[in-house]
Design a protein around this ligand. Structure first.
Ligand SMILES: NC(=O)C1=CN([C@@H]2O[C@H](COP(=O)(O)OP(=O)(O)OC[C@H]3O[C@@H](n4cnc5c(N)ncnc54)[C@H](O)[C@@H]3O)[C@@H](O)[C@H]2O)C=CC1
Ligand SMILES: O=C(O)[C@@H]1CCC=N1
Length: 265
């Protein structure tokens, strides 16, 4: 599959590394436009402008949302013959994308960073996309992890916020576990190592097990034992649930503000 990628930093770069590692895309079939060269797989051409070459199978937008107008002004005419344009920009919906890039079918995705190891989530919203566009996007996204299409905007907003921002919250949780270990007297290196492997082992188990995370927590917590006392703190007045609900609400609120900033009157 031949790709033009306009903006390929942390997020689009993570996707690209997986696409090439999985073989779904060949490095020589990718042209990246970035402001400056980034650390990308060998063979991928990076430049400051699109090439004078045949139109690709897909155009991927991976710049910051604030750069949407700038790149649209510069590249919309040149990508107008491409069949599909995929945006990962938070707060940019299909209407905002389609109005700036007339021609290609607009597809909005919300990926997350673990796509780089094939264990990410890609939420997709393109309710008006043709079967051909859906098939093309599905084939590209398949190696990245869990791929879910949401035809309703609300479902996409919630799923995209949960998966897109979620890794950052889990990374914080790992740090918080380590900090708690340090507070109990562990050396920083030991605390960080123990917290990381505890988190990765538990996450792998939750992903692989037929038991729910709640049932797995119960399996750790012996009646009258240490874990139950700890869980009682997290569960008191649903403290952790309430904190994460507020966290996700704040992220979604910001997403809506960003969407309003991109909306045209
Ligand atoms: N980082 C994440 O976990 C996630 C990010 N996103 C979305 O991905 C997008 C990119 O985020 P990051 O990769 O974190 O940012 P980043 O700053 O790492 O990457 C942006 C890239 O765009 C390039 N760029 C900037 N202006 C340009 C221009 N005028 N023409 C061509 N290239 C240009 C930069 O050189 C850079 O390589 C954002 O819109 C964000 O909402 C979505 C889901 C998750
Ligand atoms: O923080 C952001 O705006 C982007 C979208 C989801 C993850 N990173």
């Amino acid at each position: 599959m031949r790709l033009w990628m306009i903006g390929c930093g942390n997020m689009a770069g993570a996707m690209l590394r997986r696409w090439i590692a999985s073989g779904v895309v060949l490095a020589e079939d990718v042209h990246v436009v970035n402001r400056g060269n980034r650390d990308l797989p060998l063979g991928v051409v990076q430049s400051r402008d699109l090439p004078d070459a045949d139109t690709p199978d897909l155009v991927i937008l991976g710049v910051k949302p604030q750069q949407l107008d700038e790149v649209a002004e510069r590249y919309a005419a040149r990508v107008s013959a491409a069949p599909v344009i995929v945006s990962m920009l938070a707060g940019v919906d299909a209407a905002a994308l389609g109005s700036r890039f007339p021609g290609p079918e607009p597809v909005v995705v919300m990926p997350n960073l673990p796509v780089e190891i094939g264990q990410g989530v890609v939420a997709i919203h393109a309710p008006d996309a043709s079967e051909a566009a859906r098939a093309r996007v599905d084939a590209l996204m398949a190696p990245l992890g869990l791929v879910r299409w949401f035809d309703d905007a609300a479902g996409f907003e919630a799923a995209g916020a949960l998966s897109g921002t979620g890794p950052a919250f889990l990374f914080r949780f790992i740090d918080a576990l380590a900090a708690a270990g340090e507070a109990m007297g562990l050396a920083p290196d030991d605390a960080a190592a123990v917290a990381k492997v505890t988190a990765s082992g538990a996450a792998a188990m939750a992903a692989a097990s037929e038991r729910s995370p709640s049932a797995l927590a119960d399996a750790v917590a012996s009646p009258g034992g240490m874990t139950r006392e700890g869980l009682n703190v997290l569960d008191d007045q649903s403290a952790l649930n309430a904190l994460l609900t507020r966290t996700l609400e704040a992220a979604i609120h910001r997403g809506r503000e960003m969407a309003a900033e991109r909306r045209r009157n």
